[in-house]
Design a binder for this molecule. Structure first.
Ligand SMILES: Nc1ncnc2c1ncn2[C@@H]1O[C@H](COP(=O)(O)OP(=O)(O)O)[C@@H](O)[C@H]1O
Ligand SMILES: [Mg+2]
Length: 381
């Protein structure tokens, strides 16, 4: 029987996962290098250790009945060591291996018949020259591992730009991907159980700013044919990888084609809305899937827009909260992070609306109310 869930990673995704797991009666232990992490603040215990500290990882495994992760940059060896100790890890190491390596991921997607942007491997200068010829411009150069929120990636328009970007990557193994001139970006959250059951959340439309998610609109403003294809391909990917848990697939929608961008084998930022707008959240679905509880089809209660509250580097105190909360359709979530560094994810709010356009209008008005100011420190008497 599963009583305790171990979570690798202590960020906001782990925090919201933990809050849902605790509501459902589970114990949660997280492992994360920084003390008092967003997840550690709400979990039963936090093991403060590096992700590659195999002794601490073993300790997490010993204290948990199932181990999961809230981001994919966990060293593969840590998950492999849990599995070799015969600990249950969901999703398993094979899934993590594919999802944390952009080259493996793109090759896997292409091999199962999904359309992906033309790409090539770039490990040295010679491969860079070859990639520029075979893939062409514009393009995006991304390090194969370790990137998130648009970090470690560069949009390049010509050969000089590509050489400069590869130099900025300091020789890290990279992928050279054709830039897709998309009409919009969409994603879907699914959850898959060990018995192969798959449930789908609604397709969402995502707007990014500098590679960081800014806004999610649900349902996405795309045709029924796109929705059908997204659902079908996401189920196909989940089944092919035998994912157990919640996962997210990101897509680029072009006029006539649907490209898969990436696989996140975990709860995802574009699914935050589900805490407030569907009868079961992506976090609850994950708990159900990894604990062998029944999965049910999520139902959208109301159209919604989720706005990420990002740091601006101008201070750590969030102003405008009282004004934002005057709107009865706004639900605020803050993650307990102290420093609001530039573009750091500090919280989000969800607006429920009668339709996506009305919710979007309120969301933009809400965003304008918020700003970061310097904390006023108490002056000693
Ligand atoms: N090939 C591409 N064509 C167009 N835009 C891209 C491409 N790759 C990435 N982007 C943009 O950058 C964002 C972040 O890239 P992504 O590959 O999803 O990395 P991350 O792991 O940081 O989320 C995407 O959501 C998209 O807006
Ligand atoms: Mg992404």
């Amino acid at each position: 029987m599963i009583e305790t869930i171990g979570v690798l990673g202590g960020g906001q995704l782990g925090r919201m996962l933990t809050l849902e797991a605790k509501r459902m009666g589970f114990r949660v232990v997280t492992l994360e290098p920084l003390p008092n992490s967003p997840c550690g603040q709400v979990a039963d215990e936090q093991i403060v250790a590096a992700y590659d500290d195999l002794r601490a990882i073993g300790e997490l495994g010993a204290r948990s009945d199932v181990v999961t992760y809230e981001f994919e940059n966990i060293p593969l060896d840590s998950v492999l060591s849990l599995e070799s100790d015969r600990r249950l890890v969901r999703p398993d190491a094979r899934v993590l291996h594919v999802a944390q390596d952009r080259l493996l991921e793109k090759a896997f997607l292409r091999d199962i018949g999904c359309l992906v942007a033309p790409f090539a491997r770039v490990g040295d200068q010679r491969e860079l020259e070859a990639a520029m010829q075979s893939v062409g411009f514009s393009a995006v150069i991304k390090t194969v591992s370790g990137g998130y929120d648009g970090k470690n990636q560069w949009v390049v328009r010509d050969e000089a730009g590509a050489r400069e970007a590869f130099a900025a990557a300091r020789g890290a193994l990279s992928i050279f991907e054709r830039f897709v001139p998309f009409d919009c970006e969409v994603s879907i959250i699914c959850a898959r159980g060990a018995d192969g059951t798959i449930v789908h959340f609604p397709v969402t439309e995502n707007i990014h700013d500098h590679g960081v998610l800014a806004t999610t609109i649900v349902p996405a403003r795309v045709g029924e044919d796109v929705v059908e294809q997204v659902r079908h391909q996401a189920a196909q990917i989940g089944a092919a990888l035998e994912i157990v848990g919640t996962y997210c697939i990101e897509f680029f929608v072009c006029e006539r084609a649907l490209y898969v961008n990436e696989i996140a084998p975990r709860v995802h930022n574009s699914g935050h809305y589900s805490l407030d707008a569907t009868q079961i959240s992506q976090y609850e679905a994950h708990v159900r899937a990894i604990c062998d509880l029944p999965l049910v089809e999520p139902r959208l209660i109301a159209p919604a827009v989720m706005v990420n509250i990002l740091g601006s580097g101008t201070g750590d105190r969030l102003e405008g909260v009282a004004d934002l909360l005057r709107d009865p359709d706004v639900k605020l979530h803050l993650y307990g992070k102290r420093h609001a560094a530039l573009r750091r994810k500090m919280g989000h709010f969800t607006v429920l609306g009668p339709n996506p356009a009305a919710a979007l209008e309120k969301a933009e008005a809400g965003r304008r109310l918020l700003s970061w100011r310097r904390r006023v420190e108490a002056v000693p008497a």
